[in-house]
Design a protein around this ligand. Structure first.
Ligand code: SF4
Ligand code: SF4
Ligand code: SF4
Length: 501
């Protein structure tokens, strides 16, 4: 007989005096935690199935529920924590690779939390953003260093293709299939209202969303799902995904159970077949190969759209980015190792890659040293959690930032980290119609617009405090940053001074 050595992580606590036995929790929990004991007339819970998504807690009309972390404990030691012991039991039982979703919960240092922002005092006075204009618009793409004139000496006012954003914040790649139709609809509508961009991820573009094309970045990943000439022409930019921060060096896998209906049509693969993206692009083994793909995509879209190359933040990222800049890419997207994912092997997510702060500073510096910084723009992503992170990322050298987990939180995600199971109770990471319809796209887009609007106000306040009135003047302005509690090596890589200097 197989012994169950795993204990529930969470415990469902029901206040029996408050509970009216309305059974809403039973209907709301797709994990089957709650059930009515008809004979006894009481509600029961199976805590082993609870992923702590808080759906039942938020919807219980009597306020009778709470989820607590179980106080069951292992005999732990410095090396053998309860989590490690549980994972070994799980693998001994299943023989399989452990899968996880969202960003790594491991407590690696967050450099953003060890960086402080400057403010003007006495000289170089601060600017009041309520009374004076602040420029939050940015353009992403190549910035030529020379002016061109025609034969009669007139200026040629043409630039390579650019993405123009009213705020330096874009919604990062999340594929239709890993997230629901309604989640994509909310992101597309919010991007349009905000004057920014959302990203299809590697799942193709649903026909209903072609109308948002001018605010869409279409992605070309190693699986090439849903890629055809119309798709490439539909977006405002094309992103070649080489790597992803949460799972550098490996491909993707969307289980056949999620390849249903529109998802299968949009990806152009049969229903029920697993969507497996290979680890490498099978036609890219060098920067020259990458250049061929960059120029094939430019050729296919009449050189009208910027091409982004997305890479994961890994050990030698600065040299890789230098190669990418020379491949002809217009924009480099850098994805740090704390970035989210719909599904990734746990060991990869928690152990591979480097923090975005270090990668971003190293890449910006390398491109400056090589005199090619204006050949590409940089979008930084992978754990941008607040307006302060945006300001710090831009001062470290980013032109703009990608957000994804923060956007999903705005849509109602409670970071239960079980997206890979396809039973998202908040209608986000699911293709089950009865769950997907729980997310109202109109409400979702309003919450996304609210979030980015709030961050924009905060960015303006921080910029004003520094006496800076334009994002362009903040980009790479590391004098505005100071480190706290860092080694001199860390400060040197970030290119910032220590607080007090
Ligand atoms: S939703 Fe609340 S009140 Fe209704 S059965 Fe569940 S615990 Fe009881
Ligand atoms: S999985 Fe979510 S909805 Fe189900 S019991 Fe746990 S917190 Fe409630
Ligand atoms: S998207 Fe849904 S399943 Fe994924 S972490 Fe958020 S609430 Fe959980």
């Amino acid at each position: 007989m197989m012994l169950n050595m795993l204990q529930p992580e969470y415990e469902v606590v029901r206040d029996k005096d408050r509970c009216t036995r309305c059974r809403i929790c039973e209907r709301q929990c797709a994990n089957g935690v709650h059930r009515m004991d008809e004979a006894g007339g009481v509600m029961l819970s199976d805590s082993t199935k609870c992923v702590c998504c808080h759906r039942c807690v938020c919807l219980c009309p009597a306020g009778a529920l709470k989820i607590v972390k179980t106080d069951h404990t292992f005999r732990e030691s410095g090396s053998w924590k309860g989590q490690t012991i549980s994972e070994i039991y799980r693998q001994a039982e299943s023989g399989g690779v452990l899968l996880s979703s969202m960003g790594s919960p491991k407590e690696y240092p967050s450099y953003f939390d060890r960086i402080l922002i400057n403010a003007s005092q006495v000289t170089n006075p601060s600017i009041d953003p309520l009374r004076e204009p602040m420029e939050t618009r940015v353009s992403l793409g190549k910035k030529p260093q020379t002016l061109r004139r025609d034969r009669s000496g007139r200026l040629v006012p043409s630039l390579p293709p650019q993405l123009r954003l009213s705020v330096p914040i874009l919604f990062s790649a999340m594929s239709y299939g890993s997230i629901s139709y309604n989640a994509h609809a909310a992101l597309a509508q919010a991007a349009e209202r905000l004057g920014t961009y959302y990203n299809t991820g590697e799942g193709g573009l649903h026909e209903d969303f072609y109308k948002y094309g001018k605010n869409t970045i279409v992605q070309v990943a190693s699986g090439r799902f849903g890629v055809h000439p119309g798709y490439l022409r539909a977006g405002a930019a094309i992103e070649i995904k080489i790597g992803q921060g949460a799972k550098p060096g490996i491909g993707g896998h969307l289980p056949g159970g999620k390849i249903v209906g529109d998802v299968s049509r949009t990806r152009m693969i049969p229903e029920g077949s697993d969507a497996i993206s290979p680890a490498p692009h099978h036609d890219i083994y060098s920067i020259e190969d990458l250049r061929q793909l960059v120029y094939s995509l430019k050729e296919a879209t009449a050189y009208e759209k910027p091409v982004i190359v997305k890479i994961a933040a890994v050990h030698n990222v600065a040299a890789i980015a230098s190669g990418v800049a020379r491949s002809g890419a217009d924009i480099i997207a850098l994805d740090g190792f704390r970035g989210g994912t719909g599904a990734a092997p746990t060991r990869i997510r928690d152990n591979v890659g480097i923090p975005i702060e270090l990668a971003l500073a190293a890449v910006d510096q390398r491109l400056r040293d090589e005199g090619i910084r204006d050949e590409v723009s940089i979008i930084a992503g992978g754990s941008i959690r607040s307006a302060a992170d945006v300001v710090k990322a831009i001062a470290l050298g980013a032109d703009g930032v990608y957000i994804a987990t923060a956007a999903l939180l705005a849509l109602g995600c409670h970071l239960c980290r079980s997206c890979q199971q396809g039973r998202c109770n908040w209608g986000i990471a699911t293709q089950r119609p009865e769950l997907a319809r729980r997310l109202d796209p109109a409400l979702g887009q309003q919450r996304l617009v609210n979030l980015v609007t709030a961050w924009t106000h905060e960015i303006e306040e921080m910029m004003g405090g520094m006496g800076i009135n334009a994002i362009e003047a903040l980009r790479g302005n590391r004098l505005m940053l100071r480190g706290i509690g860092m080694t001199s090596r860390e400060l040197a890589i970030l290119g910032i001074k220590h607080a007090g200097e």
